[in-house]
Design a binder for this molecule. Structure first.
Ligand SMILES: NC(=O)c1ccc[n+]([C@@H]2O[C@H](COP(=O)([O-])OP(=O)(O)OC[C@H]3O[C@@H](n4cnc5c(N)ncnc54)[C@H](O)[C@@H]3O)[C@@H](O)[C@H]2O)c1
Ligand SMILES: [Fe+2]
Length: 373
């Protein structure tokens, strides 16, 4: 049996003002955002609409303690609708605020407290990465576990996803690059996942083409100056990738990168960029015949390399051009930590490891860390 679901409703706006004009914001709404976006995008909203900036509750990507604190702040007033305007960090917290407070954030993520949906949700991405606006997933860093964990339940789906490329125009270069690579990883991992089939592949393959074409354009055409030109296709690429992986899951690249982000506070897309090619090379060694061949052809074609002599090397060169190369030791990782990291992946990421192109055991995961140390 094969299934494919496309939720929520997606609305595309060319102009941000168009959405604002029709949003009917009022006192029963809470807008969750970040300071940079509040200043640039929310000047004209009614005084009665509550705005909460996640930067007031901690720096970087969400932790369970940070979400508890945002929830305390939001709970000071009644609201019916949550609007998340931001990158994946904002959108993932917005999803949790729509739930009944059945326990602490960590308990809900660990499913010892139930996820019960109470409020409606509009999600508006301002990075080109997570696809969170169309997934049923929220990700949290748990400092006490030294890793990140995800909650994937239908209660986290938005009622509406708003796609507005204009919102990417002020995106800092680092966030553009890291979120763009994250979207590419979503599309590649979705395509290779055992649960993938014709329907998610329609979205994952188109996402790979759009993202690679436009990341290459970014490198060759003035980087930040190119963002307004490529914003639309990058945002569509990340959205399509979200639709694809929302149906198939992501696998080892994410599973192996989570302890890196959890321990060394490496932003999610940056951590994924360090792991992507090493995981694909391991897949190719273990099972060279199969969909890994197709993905190599697609990568080579999208990067203008035909015939696909060494698609993975070409991909690696693109990633190096996007982000200065770093090894795991540059972040502070030691060789003697590898077995412990591999064990954390096995113990905490079974939800993701089941989506791998081929199964990976402790030693194979340790070898991937060693390859990028
Ligand atoms: N739920 C999912 O399906 C899913 C999927 C992948 C990743 N994630 C999670 O998403 C998070 C990463 O999200 P991200 O890569 O979008 O980065 P992010 O949300 O952390 O944003 C990065 C930085 O860019 C700023 N920013 C965002 N948009 C901006 C704009 N338009 N203008 C100016 N500044 C802007 C943010 O304030 C922040 O400082 C991680 O926690 C990751 O685990 C979730
Ligand atoms: Fe991701």
């Amino acid at each position: 049996m094969k299934t494919f679901a496309l939720t929520p409703k997606i609305t595309v706006y060319d102009r941000w003002q168009e959405w604002l004009a029709g949003a009917d914001l009022g006192p029963r709404d809470v807008i969750l955002t970040a300071k940079a976006l509040q200043a640039a995008r929310l000047g004209a909203i009614p005084d009665t609409t509550r705005v909460i900036c996640i930067d007031d509750f901690g720096a970087g990507e969400p932790t369970d303690e940070m979400i508890d604190a945002v929830w305390d702040a939001a709970a000071r007033q009644d609201f019916d609708r949550v609007v998340g305007l931001g990158g994946g960090s904002v959108l993932d917290i917005a999803k949790i605020l729509t739930l009944k407070r059945s326990g602490r954030t960590l308990a809900i993520f660990q499913k010892t407290a139930p996820a019960i949906r109470e409020k409606s949700l509009v999600l508006i991405p301002t990075t080109c990465g997570t696809g969170s606006e169309v997934t049923n997933i929220s990700i949290v860093a748990v400092p006490s576990l030294g890793t990140k964990i995800g909650l994937a339940v239908p209660e986290l789906l938005a009622n509406e996803a708003v796609v507005c490329p204009e919102l990417l125009h002020g995106l800092p270069e680092f966030a553009f690059v890291t979120s763009g690579i994250d979207a590419l990883v979503h599309a590649i991992e979705s395509y290779l996942a055992p649960r993938s089939h014709e329907y998610p592949e329609l979205y994952s393959t188109r996402a790979i083409e759009l993202l690679l074409n436009n990341l290459l354009h970014f490198v060759n055409n003035g980087r930040t100056a190119a963002i307004p030109t490529i914003a639309r296709e990058m945002l569509l690429g990340s959205n399509y990738a979200g639709i694809a992986f929302g149906n198939t899951g992501v696998g080892a690249v994410h599973a192996i990168s989570y302890p890196l982000s959890g321990t060394f506070h490496i932003p999610h897309g940056e951590a994924n960029s360090r792991c992507l090619c090493a995981v694909l090379r391991a897949y190719k060694r273990i099972k060279p015949d199969g969909k890994i061949r197709h993905i190599e052809k697609l990568i080579a074609k999208s990067l203008g390399r035909n015939p696909p002599l060494d698609a993975l090397l070409t991909l690696e060169h693109l990633i190096d051009a996007l982000l200065p190369k770093k090894s795991l030791t540059d972040y502070g990782m030691r060789r003697d930590q590898i077995p412990e990291f591999a064990k954390t992946v096995i113990n905490t990421q079974q939800r993701l490891l089941g989506n791998n192109y081929v199964p990976l055991d402790h030693d194979q995961i340790a070898a991937i860390y060693a390859a990028i140390l």
